[in-house]
Design a protein around this ligand. Structure first.
Ligand SMILES: Nc1nc2c(ncn2[C@@H]2O[C@H](COP(=O)(O)OP(=O)(O)O)[C@@H](O)[C@H]2O)c(=O)[nH]1
Ligand SMILES: [Mg+2]
Length: 260
């Protein structure tokens, strides 16, 4: 029943940005996800890696041709640009539901069904965000300092957006490729570290201009499991940069961006 329904469901493309991920990538986890979810397509974006990432990705593609696309950027441009290029290419290929998902699978693929069920169920919802809410009975393991920093950051963003978003920085998101969403990716993000926030700012401004209620177009899904995968390239200094970038975004997009 489930399988039958899934084969007719619209394809879902996940963009997976990869920078020097040759050692961290777990091909079997990607194969398993493709086998379990017939509608899933993967679009890997090699972000100018200096290791064997491209070779690893090519091998993956050869195992599941038709389900895996490998895109390669000659120069490292950062996650924001890698995701942007991937989403634009997916939209140009006609993909109607496109998301992005960190290569380290900190958000495991078995969470994907809760994202797709929201998009499938509610045609007004165009953005689904993974949310790392630490609740009893769930396995959300962020290191303490990152949890605290993340909460402070998300609270600041909530105030700026006028939207009570709990977690902006989770690396798993799913989007319906409406014209508004596509346009939000059409120009490079000014922020390198917190483009997720910039994306939300662009979307909220556009939806408001169209007379839509932003709060009705975004859904956060609490993850059952999230692990802080070792090997992150984000350092405490990036936390400082993120705060500075947030202030700059406020100046660019206006604060507060939205009224509830
Ligand atoms: N740090 C970093 N990650 C990149 C870059 N380009 C693409 N990515 C990808 O962005 C995702 C998140 O990276 P990660 O180091 O796990 O960051 P964290 O989980 O936020 O600490 C991974 O899929 C990376 O491969 C880049 O230039 N720098
Ligand atoms: Mg990570």
């Amino acid at each position: 029943m489930q399988r039958g329904m899934e084969t007719v469901a619209a394809p879902v493309t996940l963009v997976v940005p990869c920078y020097n991920e040759a050692r961290r990538l777990r091909p079997e986890a990607f194969f398993e996800a493709l086998d379990e979810t017939p509608r899933l397509r993967l679009r890997f974006v090699n972000d100018g890696s200096k290791d064997e990432t491209l070779e690893v990705l090519e091998a993956l593609r050869q195992e599941r041709p038709g389900r895996v696309v490998v895109q390669s950027l000659a120069q490292n441009g950062g996650k924001a640009e890698a995701v942007r290029q991937g989403v634009l290419a997916a939209a140009a290929a006609g993909d109607a539901v496109v998301g992005y998902w960190d290569a380290d699978l900190a958000t495991p693929f078995d969470e994907l069904a809760s994202f797709t069920s929201v998009i499938d169920r509610d045609s007004n919802v165009d953005a689904v965000l993974g949310s790392r809410v630490k609740l009893l009975g769930r396995n959300v393991e962020r290191r303490f300092h990152r949890h605290v920093y993340g909460r402070v950051f998300a609270t600041a963003v909530s105030l700026m957006l006028g939207l009570p978003v709990y977690d902006t920085q989770c690396g798993a998101k799913l989007l319906r490729m409406t014209p508004a969403v596509r346009d939000a990716f059409s120009t490079p993000f000014q922020s390198r570290w917190i483009f997720d926030v910039e994306l939300l700012m662009r979307l909220v401004a556009r939806w408001q201009a169209e007379g839509e209620v932003p709060a009705a177009k975004i859904v956060e899904v609490p993850l059952r499991r999230w692990t802080d995968v070792p090997g992150s390239k984000v350092t405490p200094r990036d936390g400082v940069r993120a705060a500075a970038e947030l202030a700059r975004l406020g100046r660019t997009y206006g604060v507060p961006v939205a009224a509830r």
